[in-house]
Design a protein around this ligand. Structure first.
Ligand SMILES: [Zn+2]
Length: 507
């Protein structure tokens, strides 16, 4: 494809480069933002929405294509049953009502990476309607309405960069064409970028937990557009909204909303009017830019897709989906509190992602005490993962290996202090705890005569402090504890050290 065919880049070149005027906090405070999000999530199916082509990410360009997803004449689409089941599962998870009858419609528009000339979507009869998602911002809970959830297929991808002749040509990869998506449209219930962030985060967590989508934002499995308007606080009507596209990370979402809210307030404060339009978040420039005037539904000439039967959902199908629903985040958190007796804080940390929650349960199942496991994972393990910039799925310490370490601490085979050293080595080398303890000589000294020998040596070397202690200075006792622990490289049982020192000092 010759460059310039894509109206994205044409508009990007014609953009205005004006920064929005800086608005004082007093003026900002007089306004409130009204935000609604449209979230696209790729369904975790092996094959595409209406054909048998693979959905695998990263396959060589245009290898996962067939006459159906290329829109060749005469090819007929057939709905992927798994895609429908996952879309229904998502609908139930966000408290939507799944409609008994929904219908695919053609959304007509031209784009070089859309070979059919239309997208298969749902219009007047979406799959599910009327749901809600509960978010929490700074301890405050708020229910955000979900207008609808519908199914659609994805377009291909235009590649404008990365080829030797990219200055003259654009390339197209149709692998993504026909990949199944759901679009979840929220009510305009969000009032601040922080609420939008919490909403997207909660929705992402639900879709991951239910295995509806892997929500990999780098691979485009979760994408977000925002409708934003501002109005004077207390004004009865919504202001004119702009749609901001290309918000494919949490950071972009927050920054773009902050920018757009301030821009619109600036327009109104200077006596102008906000134009209804589609804007693009320009990552490099850190601003939203006009992309095209906002399209309206009638521009797309929606009509029922004559190649596809209406979608009919029976009570039995819906019950099947309900029965196979994995545990949702809130339910898991409640169960962790109940079953494991861990703190609400730890339960919150551990259930933040399903993979972390699964890891915790695997450690407990392998024999570790639940409270110790919760504590070690939420402190030691997460800190090391963060430092190493790794996900829990890449954790070099297997759940059984961590359980083995925690059991050794529990049985006083090593001290908690040594345990941290052993854990660090396990994380670095991937070796088992027993191997590291033996190699480093970290086994806890439970031989009381050995500890007593060290204690007596230290007491003999510090007559001044002994005198202070005997004169009633209790604080100096910690000095002796510290010295014995240092001498034994943290391997002496602290309780035993305490008892022996008390006894010997009292002689
Ligand atoms: Zn295909």
């Amino acid at each position: 494809m010759r460059r310039g065919g894509c109206y994205n880049s044409r508009f990007a070149m014609a953009r205005t480069t004006m920064e929005p005027p800086r608005i004082s906090p007093e003026v900002m405070a007089r306004y409130e933002a009204v935000i609604g999000l449209e979230v696209h999530a790729q369904l975790q199916t092996l094959t595409k929405a209406f054909c048998g082509c693979s959905t695998k990410f990263g396959a060589s360009p245009n290898s996962n294509t067939c006459p159906v997803c290329l829109g060749l004449p005469g090819a007929l689409p057939v709905l992927n049953k798994r895609a429908l089941q996952l879309a229904m599962r998502a609908s139930l998870a966000i408290n939507c009502t799944v409609q008994q009858r929904s219908r695919f419609a053609r959304k007509n528009y031209f784009y070089p990476d859309l070979p059919k000339g239309y997208q298969i979507s749902m219009y007047e009869l979406p799959l599910a309607t009327g749901g809600s998602i509960e978010i929490e911002v700074e301890g405050e809970k708020k229910r955000i309405g979900v207008t609808r959830l519908h199914m659609e297929d994805d377009a291909g991808k235009s590649l404008h960069e990365g080829f030797p002749d990219s200055d003259r040509w654009s390339y197209i990869d149709f692998n993504r064409c026909g990949v199944p998506l759901i679009e979840i449209v929220s009510e305009p219930d969000l009032r601040a970028p922080a609420e939008a962030y919490a909403y997207l985060n909660t929705l992402k967590q639900i879709l991951e937990y239910t295995e509806v989508s892997d929500c990999n934002m780098e691979e485009g499995s979760l994408r977000c557009d925002a409708n934003v308007s501002v109005r004077l606080r207390g004004a009865p009507k919504f202001g004119t909204k702009a749609e901001v596209k290309n918000l494919n990370s949490f950071r972009y979402l927050t920054h773009a909303l902050e920018y757009e809210i301030e821009r619109q307030i600036g327009v109104l404060e200077s006596g102008g009017t906000v134009v209804q339009e589609t804007r693009l978040w320009n990552v490099a420039a850190g601003r939203t830019e006009p992309m095209r005037s906002k399209e309206f539904a009638h521009d797309y000439r929606y009509f029922p897709d004559p190649d596809l039967l209406p979608v009919s959902v029976s009570t039995a199908m819906l019950e099947d989906v309900r029965r196979s629903m994995p545990e949702l985040p809130d339910a898991k958190m409640a169960r962790f509190l109940r079953e494991y007796g861990i703190t609400p804080y730890d339960a919150g940390v551990l259930t933040a992602s399903r993979s972390l929650a699964d890891y915790f349960e695997a450690v407990v199942k392998a024999g570790a005490p639940a409270k110790a496991a919760a504590n070690w994972i939420s402190v030691e393990l997460l800190r090391r993962l963060k430092d190493a910039d790794k996900e829990i799925s890449e954790c070099p310490v297997a759940p059984a290996a961590l359980a083995e370490l925690l059991a050794k601490i529990d049985k006083s085979e090593i001290t908690a202090a040594s345990g941290k050293k052993v854990f660090a080595a396990m994380f670095e080398t991937g070796k088992r705890a027993a191997e590291i303890i033996a190699a480093e000589g970290l086994a806890q000294i439970s031989d009381t005569s050995a500890i007593e020998k060290v204690a007596r040596e230290i007491i003999a070397k510090n007559p001044d402090n002994v005198a202070k202690y005997r004169a009633g200075n209790e604080g100096v006792f910690n000095f002796f504890i510290g010295q014995v622990m240092r001498e034994t490289r943290g391997q002496a049982n602290p309780q035993t050290v305490n008892e022996i020192l008390k006894r010997v000092l009292a002689e």
